[in-house]
Ligand binder design. Structure first.
Ligand code: SF4
Length: 374
């Protein structure tokens, strides 16, 4: 692996270790180098990749882990994404909507537990008009002015995004899922296009949101070239947040027999993304915790810095089933919150009481600390 560097006399690395060094130093790699890294990484080299990603994360965010209180407020959806358990064609899905009061109550409970960001996530449900979403957002911001509201409610016209922003929402998550148009068509019905998804992402950014995108790892028909496209798209787009998680099949979808994405591929990509985007907010997702009992802890060690305890009422959690086997569907919010804190403490990280804003647009460098340790 190593040879002596003629110029400096120091030991120079070769192969994947050198690629990882270069990725850390330059925050990018030429396409063929990145391709080789992703295709040939050994277990030993992967540890080196994780160590570097963790070090870069610590440089900017210390050992702080930010919490996002997730409120899954509707599982109605007008769309029919082929991988999704709450797609409109799934007649077996037990549909629900939370009332505005219930959503605000979830936030009140979350606030008492030390959460300072609330993520309102749902299918694309026309029942929730722009007016209603704005009312809910401003209700949360009025009740908890020190909190951030993140929306994750899919594709809408630009004027809707502008109204949400004016109402006080500051962040928006919209995974692009795959950048490649042909691959996108294999995962989605004809009426959904990557072009419109990208239009939404651009509109959100221009409106002023902190924007999150991301892809599924190991989705059906995905190749390493698709993953490269995703990585280089995100390098150009420079999102504030990146959400990636393994594809997990759902029994009542056309992809029910497809293999799930792997833990290893997801961890490799989390670490690569951390090295490409040192200041990005990067969640260790519930899907990662679903494919391995310690998946979220491994994700944090590979460079992630966000976890998302579930604040939805326990009675509806089992109904927001995007994929099979989803964890944390039975616990109350207080248990979820405590569980996260203990899990993070066990591996030497600390959950903080903080809005946890992205440092992507900040000019200053150095470690960002939360406003209080919980
Ligand atoms: S992935 Fe999102 S938009 Fe697609 S069907 Fe599921 S909830 Fe709806």
């Amino acid at each position: 692996m190593k040879g002596r560097d003629k110029m400096t006399g120091t030991l120079a690395r070769s192969g994947n270790l050198a690629r990882i060094d270069r990725l850390r130093a330059e925050s990018t790699l030429p396409r063929e180098e990145m391709r080789t890294l992703l295709l040939t990484l050994t277990e030993e080299e992967a540890q080196y990749l994780y160590e570097n990603a963790d070090a870069v994360r610590r440089q900017h965010y210390g050992r702080d882990v930010y919490l996002r209180g997730l409120i899954e407020f509707t599982n109605f959806c007008r769309n029919d994404c082929l991988y999704c358990g709450i797609r409109r064609s799934n007649r077996k899905a037990d549909r629900y909507r939370l009332s505005e009061e219930e959503i605000l109550e979830c936030c009140d409970r979350g606030y008492a537990l030390g959460l300072r960001t609330f993520v309102l996530q749902g299918g694309e449900d026309p029942f929730f008009t722009d007016k209603m979403i704005c009312r809910i957002v401003s209700g949360i911001r009025t009740g908890h002015p020190d909190c951030a509201v993140t929306l994750s409610i899919g594709e809408r016209p630009r004027k809707s995004y502008e109204a949400f922003f004016r109402a006080g929402a500051e962040r928006y998550l919209l995974r692009h899922e795959t950048f490649d148009p042909a691959h996108y068509r294999l995962l989605h019905p004809a009426e959904l296009t990557i072009e419109n998804r990208l239009r939404c992402l651009r509109d959100l950014r221009e409106t002023g949101f902190q924007v999150g995108c991301g892809m599924m790892v190991g989705s059906p028909f995905q190749t390493v070239d698709h993953v490269l496209e995703d990585l280089y798209f995100m390098e150009t787009f420079r999102p504030h947040m990146i959400g990636i998680g393994p594809f997990i099949p759902h029994a009542d979808t056309p992809f029910k027999d497809r293999p799930a994405g792997t833990l290893e591929d997801t961890l490799h990509l989390l670490a690569v993304i951390r090295l490409m985007h040192p200041r990005v907010l990067l969640p260790a997702t519930t899907a990662l915790g679903t494919i391995h009992p310690l998946g979220r802890e491994m994700g944090i060690r590979a460079g992630a810095n966000v976890v998302m305890p579930n604040l939805s009422p326990a009675g509806v959690r089992g109904k927001y089933m995007l994929y099979d086997g989803k964890i944390c569907t039975g616990d109350e919010a207080v248990q979820c919150r405590r569980c996260m804190q203990e899990r993070m403490a066990k591996i030497g990280y600390r959950v903080v009481v903080s809005r946890g804003d992205s440092l992507v647009d900040r000019r200053d460098r150095g470690t960002e600390k939360g406003s209080g340790v919980s």
